[in-house]
Design a protein around this ligand. Sequence first.
Ligand code: AMP
Ligand code: MG
Length: 344
Amino acid sequence: MCFMIIGCLVSGGCFPSAEREYHDQQIVMDTLINIKVYGPDEALLKKAVAEAFGEIERIAELSDRFAQPGTPAFTASDVCRINQAAGKQPVKVSDDVFKMIELSVEYNRLSGGAFDITVAPLLDLWGWGKDVPHRVPGDAEITQTLALVDSRKILLDKTAQTVYLAEPRMSLDLGAVAKGYATQKAAEILKKSGVNKALINAGGNIVTIGRKDDKNNWQIGIEDPRDTQNIVGVLSLADEVAVTSGDYQRGFVADGVYYHHILSPQTGRPAGETWSVTVVGKDSALADVLSTALFVLGPQRGLALVENLAGVDAFFVGADQKIYVSSGLKDKVQITPGGKYTHD
Ligand code: AMP
Ligand code: MG
């Protein structure tokens, strides 16, 4: 008996051991991704995080649209192969890329065309390709290129799991969905590995697993899109995701004018009604799609869409310097008092 007690004290095995934190960060998809996990077994935590990063890298490779033809990375990228075969033939793809495209096509329809993964030729025109200079295109080029932007010309065959772009020179860009999809898959790996408390932060895409502690949810700050050292609000989340799209995240200046990376498929130019929008929900892939869709739609049309969808909410900072919050978010967000934005 005495021996047992001593044995327990030495090994610590009879009592719940202290919670440990393990974290790692890597740059994937041009984004610094930080994963923090908590639990008693450090070896388990470490292994789970390594597997989660492996999954994020796998999704990044499948959805990379900038791999060089003739390289192994090109063959490994479903998106490169789809784009290369535009107007020629359907391409068999992985489950993951098929799911991302299916989701994107559905939200192209639900957003009335605001979300459109066929914007790639337009992104290229603005110099959002790899290692090309940014430029402001002329009206005629924009109109011409817009003819290639149409998600209804993505033909999906679910049984064969193929994707076909119906016109030559069409191309896909999964930049608005792949990071969210990858962090969702990473979170699922962490959970399957037995991690029940974690925080994934992939530059504006946040996934929470569990709660911060017995009494508190995770507190997630929403950056001020015009002063990222400050926050405009704090979200209180547990087992939820928060994904932000913002005009401040990527952009360039030409002739004193700032141009950002989220384009309106209607005008072919950076969408102008939103400074930032944060979507809260249960699934990070869906929240990522929606954050971009709502950004393009702007606060009024965006809120109308989100109020019609179950399980998702949104926090907008509009270009009119007003904060807009969807009804389901009101008890989950604390707007910073005395801030420079007005709200109802
Ligand atoms: P996010 O940060 O999730 O809003 O994604 C922005 C990225 O999505 C851009 O860098 C582009 O790669 C891509 N993108 C830009 N405009 C659109 C659009 N209207 N629909 C879908 N993807 C877009
Ligand atoms: Mg997005």
